[in-house]
Design a protein around this ligand. Sequence first.
Ligand code: CP
Length: 306
Amino acid sequence: MKNKSLISIHDLSKEEIYEILDLAEKFEQKPKQRILRDYIVATLFFEPSTRTRLSFESAANQLGARIIGFSDASNSSVQKGESLKDTIMTVSLYSDIIVMRHPIEGSARLASEVSDVPIINAGDGANQHPTQCLLDLYSIRKTQGTLDNLNIALVGDLKYGRTVHSLVEAMCKFNATFHLVSPDILKLPSSVKQHIKDAHLKYEQYTDLEDVTDKVDILYMTRIQRERFSEPMEYERVKNAYILHNNMLDNSKPNLRVLHPMPRVNEINEDVDCNPKAYYFQQALNGVYVRQALLSNMLGVEPENK
Ligand code: CP
C-alpha cells in the first residue's frame, strides 16, 4: 500500500487485509518503536471524534512521528470559506500523510485526487470507515481465531452506520452469514446489501434483537446516528430501539463477543461491561496497533521486529 490512499475497504484485497492484520500483531507485541521519527502525520477532523483521532495520534506518537492538524475545523481557515480542495493541497505540503474525517460522503476520495501525500479516510459521512473496519476485523480474528465462516449480527443503525457498511463489505470476503437487526427505517441500504448478494452469501433481516443473541459469533452493536437524521422526531422514535442487557447474553454461544465501534449512547447497558464476552474497550485499544500498521505500511517503513 506504499504511497496509496485508503478511502474504502473496497480498496484492499483479502491479501492486503491479512498483511495489515499481521503487521498489527507485531505492533501489539512492540508498540513503542521510533520508526516514524522522520515523518509528519496530519490529522484533519471536520467532525467530532475521540477514538479514531486519538488512537491515530497515539499510534503516531508511539512510533516517534510528529503530529499536526485540527480537531475542530472552526479553528481553521475553513471558517473563512476555504474549500476542502485548497485545505488538502496546503496540508499535503506540510505533512507526509493525512488522516481526515469529514461529514460529506466522497470527501476523502476528492481529497485523495488533489493530495500529493496519501490520504486515510477516517470516516466520510455515512459512507465508509475503513480503518475502523480493519480494527474490527483484527478484533474478530483475535477473538474467534479466524475470519472465515462466521455468523455476525449487525444491530442498530444499519442505514447511516458507516462502520457497518465497511464491515459488511469486508466480511463478504470471508464467507460470513449476516443477521441484520434494525428498525424498518434504518435497514441496510440496498447498495450495501448488493455486496452480500454478489458474494452469494446468506443474510436475514430482523427487528428483534433477542432473535439473534443465541445464533451468532459476533454481536456488533451500533449507535443510532442522531446527526444523520433530517427529522428529529424520527430519531426520537427509534433512539432506544435496542438496548443490550447482560441477561440477554445468558444463552449466547461461548465464543460470542460483543463489539461496538463506539461511542455508545445507551445501546449497551453498563451491566454488560463486566461480562467476559464484552470486547468493545479492547476493540478500541486494538485500533492503536492497526493504525500503527497502516501508518508504517503506507509510509513504506518496516517495523523493527518484522
Ligand atoms: N469508532 C469511532 O469512529 O469512534 P470516534 O467517533 O470516537 O472516532
